[in-house]
Design a protein around this ligand. Structure first.
Ligand code: PEP
Ligand code: MN
Length: 335
């Protein structure tokens, strides 16, 4: 439930409500807006008498949240969450373009592609150091060496880096090097991992599981937020359907839905969402049209030689075209 305090509620009145809720084992999340304070309380609602709570001094109203997700819901927080990342942020209205290869393959290649995507308009870098591969015989990533290369690329380009963390054990390690931790689609319901990233101070990109409903995906975000990390960025990357022409079916309806149900920013990954480089740009434009806060694009110097996901990777030239078209498309949309 949320307890909306009156505009002129005193600190003592706010404390009294919190104290009453804590006594009944509610988890408290305070949101101090410019206008008024809102107290989010998660716990067993049968333990408090809502009328009693509403009668406390300084309380304007008590609103029960009926949805299974609480802290991530629009009811809990009306304003959009803006996630700070390095010197920039996601969710403030400016489109973020996160680009780079699927995996960090070598220092030389990564530093080169990082500079290339920056020059062509990327605002953040991506690249996997730990790769979740379907086959145990495929390239698994450079691990800590890859993280060091990502950190070096950040130094050279000034762009923040997003990279995947695959298990609980490596959360501290990845958080030492990365600006944003990515939870991969296959790990969306790894609840121990979600709890662990809930405890770190770095923002989290939470990819939608290949067969996750929107509610399951939002509940995964609820794990991270309720663990103490409010900076979650939702990433639509396609789901598994009966269609086989594309690698996944990019469910763009999730963008407006998740934005309506939650206050979290939503980005779209048309690379994994389609699996085909020719479809990446049109689907990126569609993602912008439905209101996403950013796109994540795989780019490789030589997609034919990529160690992973070459067929869905753009060349630097095609990436430059995508950035130009997205920018033009956005400007036309506004006029
Ligand atoms: C990735 O972004 O590198 C990745 C593996 O994506 P997903 O988890 O969406 O498959
Ligand atoms: Mn990939």
């Amino acid at each position: 439930m949320i307890v909306v305090m009156e505009k002129n509620a005193s600190d003592g009145e706010i404390e009294l409500v919190q104290e009453r809720l804590r006594r009944e084992n509610f988890q408290i999340h305070l949101s101090q807006g410019v206008e008024r304070t809102i107290i989010g309380a998660v716990g067993d609602r049968s333990r408090v008498d809502l009328e009693f709570l509403e009668a406390l001094p300084g309380v304007e109203k008590v609103v029960p949240i009926m949805k299974p997700f609480k802290l991530t819901s629009r009811e809990f927080r009306e304003e959009d969450t803006v996630v700070p990342v390095g010197d920039t942020c996601i969710g403030s209205g400016a489109l973020q373009i996160i680009a780079g290869p699927c995996a960090v393959e070598s220092r030389e290649k990564y530093l080169e592609i990082a500079a290339m995507v920056k020059e062509r308009g990327a605002t953040m870098l991506r690249g996997g150091a730990f790769k979740p591969r379907t086959s145990p015989y495929s390239f698994q990533g450079l691990e800590e060496e890859g993280l060091k290369i990502l950190a070096e690329a950040r130094e050279l380009t000034g762009l923040p880096v997003v990279t995947e963390v695959m298990d609980q054990r490596s959360v501290d390690l990845v958080a030492r090097y990365a600006d944003v931790l990515q939870i991969g689609a296959r790990n969306m319901q790894n609840f121990f991992l979600l709890r662990e990233v809930g405890m770190v101070k770095k923002p989290v990109v939470l990819k939608r599981g290949p067969s996750a409903t929107l509610e399951e995906w939002i509940m995964a975000a609820e794990y991270v937020v309720s663990g103490g990390n409010p900076n979650v960025i939702m990433c639509e990357r396609g789901i598994r359907t009966f269609e086989t022409y594309t690698r996944n079916t990019l469910d763009l309806s999730s963008v407006p839905v998740v934005k309506r149900l939650t206050h979290l920013p939503v980005i779209v990954d048309p690379s994994h969402g389609t699996g085909k480089w020719r479809l990446v740009e049109p689907m990126a434009r569609a993602a912008v049209a439905v209101g996403c806060d950013g796109v994540m694009i795989e780019v490789h110097q030589n997609p034919a030689e990529a160690l992973s996901d070459g067929p869905q990777s753009l060349t630097p030239e095609n990436f430059a075209g995508l950035v130009n078209n997205l920018t033009r498309f956005q400007e036309n949309g506004r006029s």
